[in-house]
Structures are given as structure tokens and as C-alpha cells.
Write a new protein. Structure first.
Length: 625
């Protein structure tokens, strides 16, 4: 690596650590200041921070791989998360969540189910889920940043004792970056996280623009026409995904056949099914939820969520599309010539392009940008996970009355605990793709049913929530264990066949078990206290099956109005999904010189933006806190 690139990366790390530590002096004002920034941070800073947190290096490597292989259809793979959860949050969920005025997602649960045994059971299971999810994501980052840094940096950091390998170079790099990020995150809490993430976002945008400009210069229109088939640029699909690669790159068709997405119509149907329920369920108890709760008002929460969508996708996909174009032209032929291409090869495209095909200076900025992407997402989870351990478990059940300094110290210890567990899990991860599928399809599958019902059904109670979440987590854990031990099962047996089912197709099974736990747990136990329900409905004002609660409020003389915005909210969500998709497809089509399609998607972006201005933004401006 050139000394100029090393200098750029070193300056970035020094600047980030300096800002994080300098800002941390504000974090000594209790748990509210540490985890929520005292509800004083402006919405646009939180929006930039939220967007930066979603711009992670492991996810970017995965997106580069799927865009490389599948073309523009791959934007629909993102629905597995689902990315348009952000649209549902923007349209109505941010306001519902922020009206609670609490610190964490599990504390929010007490406002829905009360503080009796049932409410505390539901409260505890959310806290456990939040910690498990944080650990899973830290493992995901550990795996991604290790692979990334090993390919890019020339130094071998592996550690051996005699003939025994204690640490691979990948693991050593990952541990180093994680340690640096953990320092400022633990010291400064939300203030340091947001301040450093705003800086990191600006670096990532600069990196995305630079790589897009360089790809335009380095790759000609003739090369794009030679290496990118017409079907690669087609967003439409049938029931089955046909291989469209030919010539030098025909080998890629074999990988398409083996990745588990061949039945593309069924796959998209599954992602749509999961996407709707997961999106209405709302954000998981992680950094996204913490950003909403950190805003100064309900109006700011909605603004922040909309702004996150606006600032994230175009710069991110300029970067991704630029990397993919260079990869297709300069790396694709040699990959195909090897005769066998795997998912791991796709994950290596990003670091290989940077290592071998990006000039000095731009390489350093791009590496700093991707390092920033990792550090921002990692720090967000390190800030959010311990909030549940300290505020929702330790403070509530063990030390309800202690000085603020004690809780801050407990937060530091909890942060180290979460990071260590995530790193241990990362040591045993097979690949970025395996962790991605476990998180998106299995772990989150157990979350969806209970959190969908909590909004829309008044009779749903704390025990239903507890058993629904627990059922989903148990099945998700079994799926994870089977997937990682499938080599131990006899070929042809039921366990062997079940272990080899792609994780996304197991979502209905996990969802079904979780839903059964929700319904049985609810119907076999008493309803939530009516006063708790009345207070929840008055504060949050959700739509759904709340008629009995609404009628009791009316009978008691309340002037509250029934929420009849379901139709308009769903219309805005549909428009918002198209709006979000336009911000993904516009830069991709622009980068592959499909200017007519890029113009069409720019027009779609402009039209959907104008519609949302009248149907959503004007309504948000009238919110009263």
C-alpha cells in the first residue's frame, strides 16, 4: 500500500478517536444522556448518524456481490432485511414510538402491557432479544471487517505459539478495529456515536462520489456493452431465474443455480410476505429504535426517519455500482476462468477491486470511507445493546436506586460484555452470507409475529408477547445450530434435508410457531389491565382492532379520535417503497450508462417525492407533541 493511502487512513482514525473522546464529556449526565443524548440532538444529525450506521462494510460487500451476479434485480434481495421497514417507520411508526418518552424498546413494551408479571415477562424477553441481536450483528461485522482488511492491508498480523495458530490475520485486524471503535463508543455514548457518525457519513459520501467518477473514467462504454448482458439491466422477472451470462462469464450461471434463489418468484413472494409483517412490527430494539427515542419530539422522529432514507441510498449505490462495474470488467473474466465460483468469491470482489484497480489517494479515501462504514455501524450496536442490559435488566431488577455514575460504569462493563460475546460468535462464523441469512431470516422471523400484533390487537397481552417471542427465538436458535452442523446428519434424513433448506424459506415456519405462541399465550391468560390499554391508546393512537378500548374511552368522556389512517398510511408506504427503490436504481442505471432508464427512475423519484410532500410531510408538520 502506498504511504499516501496509509497516511489518509491513519489521519481518519486519529480524527475519529479525537472527536469521539472530545464529545464524550457530555455523556456524564446519567443514563438518559449516555444512551439518548438527553433528547437534545437535532433530527438531521440523528438522520445522518442513522444513515451512516446502515452503511456498513459487511453489508456493502454482500450488496456488491449480489449486484455483480444478479444485476439490477438484486435490489429486491434487500427486502429480506426488509429495507423498506424504514418507510413504514417514516410514515407512521416513528410517531407511535416517540410518543412514549422512554429510553429503550423493551421499556416501551411496559407502556403497552403494564408493569405486572405479564408485562415484565414481555419486557424481559425484548431485552434478551436486543442483546442477542446486538451480539449477532457484532459477529457479522467481525467476519466482514476481518476479510476486508486482510485483502487490503499488506501486513500479516497472525499470531502463532510454536506450531499452533492462535489468531489468523483476519481475526487480528478485526480485533484491532473493534478495540479502537469500542474505546470512543463506551466513553461517550450517544453523543460520541452521533458526532463520529456524521463525520463518517461525509467521508463515505466522498468515497462513493470518487469511486463513481473513477469508474466512469476507467471503464469505457464499449467495455460495459461487452461485459454486462442486457438481462443484467432488466428489473422484471418470471417464476424461475434463468442464467443470463454467456461468453467468458458463463460460469456465473452455475452459481446462480446453487445459491437458493433459482425460484425467484417464490423468493420475492417470501420477501414481500415477510417484509410487510416485519415492517409493521417496527424497528427491532437496536440502534434504529434508539435514534427514534433520542429525537427531541414526535415531529423530529418522523423527520429523522424520512431524512435517513433520503441521505443513505444514492451515495451508497454510487459506491456499490462503481465497484461492481470495475469488478465485472477487470476481475470477472479471471473469476469465471477459474471454473468454480463461490459465494465467498463474491464477498472478495470489493476488497480485490480496491486493492488492485483503484489509484493512490482515491484508494486511501475509499478505505477510510469503508472503515468509517464499519465503525459507525459497529458503534451504533455497541451503544444500543448495553442500554437494554443496564436500564432494562440491571437497573430494573437488581439496583433500582443507584447514583448515575454507577449506571454509567455498569454501561461500560455491559458494552465490553456484548462486544466480547459478539467477537466469540464471529470466530465461529462461516461467512458474511451465513450470518446475514441467520439474522434476516431466522432471528428476525421470531421477532415479527409478536411485534406485529402488539400494534393492532387490543386483546394481545404480555404473556402472548412473551411466549410468541420465546417460541420464535427457540426455533431460530435450532435453525442456526442445524445449519452449522449439517455435515453431521445422514444424507437423505429429515434433519439433513431440513438443515439444507435456505434460511429465507424457513421464515413461514418460524413465523408460524411464533404466531401460535402469541395466540395461545394470549387466549389462555387474562387480558391486559384496561387502564394500561386506555393510556397506551391515548398516547400512541394506533390503528387496528382497538374498538373496545376506544369505546371505553368515549364512554368516560374522552374526546380522543379513532385513528382511521390505515388506508392513507398503506398508500404512503407503497409510494415510499417506490421512492426508496428509485434511489437505488437511479445511480445503478446511471453508472452502467443506461441513461434512458436512469432518466425514467429520476422522474419516478421526483414524482414520488412530490406526492409524499403532500400526503406525508404536510401531515407531519401538523403533529403536536
Amino acid at each position: 500500500m502506498n504511504s499516501v493511502d496509509v497516511l489518509i487512513i491513519a489521519l481518519y482514525i486519529i480524527l475519529t478517536l479525537s472527536i469521539g473522546v472530545w464529545v464524550s464529556r457530555k455523556a456524564s449526565k446519567g443514563l438518559d444522556g449516555y444512551f439518548l443524548g438527553g433528547n437534545t440532538i437535532k433530527w438531521y444529525y440523528l438522520g445522518l448518524s442513522n444513515g451512516s450506521g446502515m452503511f456498513d462494510v459487511s453489508g456493502t460487500a454482500w450488496m456488491v456481490g449480489i449486484l455483480f451476479l444478479y444485476g439490477v434485480k438484486s435490489f429486491m434481495f434487500m427486502w429480506m432485511w426488509p429495507i423498506w421497514n424504514q418507510i413504514f417507520v417514516m410514515v407512521f411508526l416513528a410517531a407511535w414510538i416517540r410518543r412514549s418518552n422512554i429510553m429503550t424498546g423493551s421499556e416501551w413494551i411496559l407502556t403497552r402491557f403494564g408493569d405486572d408479571r405479564a408485562g415484565r415477562a414481555s419486557h424481559l424477553i425484548v431485552a434478551v432479544f436486543a442483546v442477542v441481536a446486538a451480539v449477532g450483528f457484532i459477529a457479522y461485522f467481525f467476519e466482514g471487517v476481518g476479510k476486508f482488511m486482510t485483502i487490503i492491508l499488506p501486513w500479516d498480523l497472525s499470531l502463532t505459539l510454536g506450531n499452533m495458530l492462535l489468531l489468523t490475520s483476519e481475526q487480528a485486524y478485526a480485533l484491532t478495529i473493534i478495540l479502537l471503535t469500542t474505546i470512543y463508543t463506551i466513553k461517550g455514548g450517544m453523543y460520541s456515536v452521533v458526532a463520529t457518525e456524521v463525520l463518517q457519513y461525509l467521508i463515505m459520501v466522498l468515497a462513493g462520489v470518487l469511486i463513481a467518477v473513477y469508474a466512469f473514467i476507467a471503464v469505457s462504454d464499449a467495455q460495459i456493452a461487452e461485459f454486462i448482458p442486457a438481462e443484467w439491466k432488466n428489473i422484471f422477472f418470471g417464476n424461475e431465474l434463468e442464467g443470463f451470462w454467456d461468453g467468458k462469464l458463463a460460469t456465473f450461471n452455475e452459481l446462480i443455480d446453487t445459491q437458493g434463489y433459482k425460484m425467484f418468484g417464490a423468493f420475492i413472494g417470501m420477501t414481500l410476505l415477510k417484509g410487510f409483517f416485519a415492517s409493521v412490527a417496527g424497528p427491532t430494539p437496536s440502534y434504529d429504535m434508539q435514534r427514534i427515542l433520542s429525537t427531541r419530539s414526535v415531529k423530529d422522529a418522523a423527520y429523522m426517519s424520512g431524512f435517513t432514507n433520503l441521505v443513505l441510498f444514492i451515495p451508497r449505490y454510487l459506491l456499490i455500482a462503481g465497484i461492481v462495474i470495475i469488478g465485472l470488467v477487470y476481475i470477472g473474466p479471471s473469476m469465471a476462468a477459474s471454473g468454480s465460483v463461490t459465494s465467498n468469491d463474491l464477498e472478495m470482489i470489493l476488497p480485490k477491486v480496491i486493492n488492485n484497480h483503484v489509484p493512490v489517494g482515491i484508494k486511501g479515501l475509499l478505505l477510510a470511507g469503508l472503515l468509517a462504514a464499519f465503525m459507525s455501524t459497529f458503534s451504533a450496536f455497541v451503544n444500543s445493546g448495553p442500554a437494554y442490559i443496564v436500564n432494562d435488566i440491571y437497573k430494573k431488577y437488581f439496583r433500582p436506586k443507584a447514583p448515575d455514575r454507577h449506571y454509567i460504569t455498569a454501561s461500560h462493563i455491559a458494552s465490553f460484555f456484548v462486544v466480547i460475546l459478539g467477537v466469540i460468535m464471529g470466530f465461529f462464523a462461516e461467512s458474511i452470507n451465513s450470518i446475514t441469512l441467520w439474522i434476516t431470516s431466522a432471528l428476525y422471523g421470531g421477532y415479527v409475529a409478536a411485534n406485529f400484533l402488539k400494534w393492532i390487537w387490543w386483546r394481545f397481552n404480555g404473556w402472548g408477547y412473551f411466549w410468541g417471542m420465546l417460541s420464535g427465538l427457540i426455533i431460530a436458535t435450532l435453525q442456526f445450530l442445524m445449519d452449522h452442523n449439517k455435515g453431521s446428519f445422514a444424507e437423505g434424513s429429515f434433519l439433513y434435508e431440513a438443515a439444507n433448506i435456505p434460511a429465507i424459506y424457513l421464515f413461514p415456519v418460524i413465523f408460524g410457531f411464533s404466531l401460535l405462541g402469541c395466540i395461545l399465550g394470549t387466549l389462555l391468560t387474562p387480558a391486559t389491565n384496561v387502564e394500561t390499554l386506555k393510556q397506551f391508546y391515548t398516547n400512541v393512537r394506533p390503528w387496528g382492532w382497538w374498538k373496545p378500548v376506544y369505546m371505553q374511552l368515549k364512554a368516560s368522556g374522552s374526546d380522543i379520535r379513532e385513528n382511521k389512517n390505515f388506508g392513507m398510511d398503506m398508500l404512503n408506504c407503497a409510494i415510499g417503497i417506490v421512492w426508496q427503490s428509485s434511489m437505488i436504481l437511479l445511480p445503478v442505471f446511471f453508472m452502467v450508462r443506461a441513461y434512458s432508464k436512469a432518466l425514467i427512475w429520476f422522474a419516478i423519484f421526483a414524482v414520488t417525492s412530490a406526492i409524499l410532500k403532500y400526503t406525508w410531510l404536510d401531515k407531519v408538520r401538523k403533529y403536536k407533541d
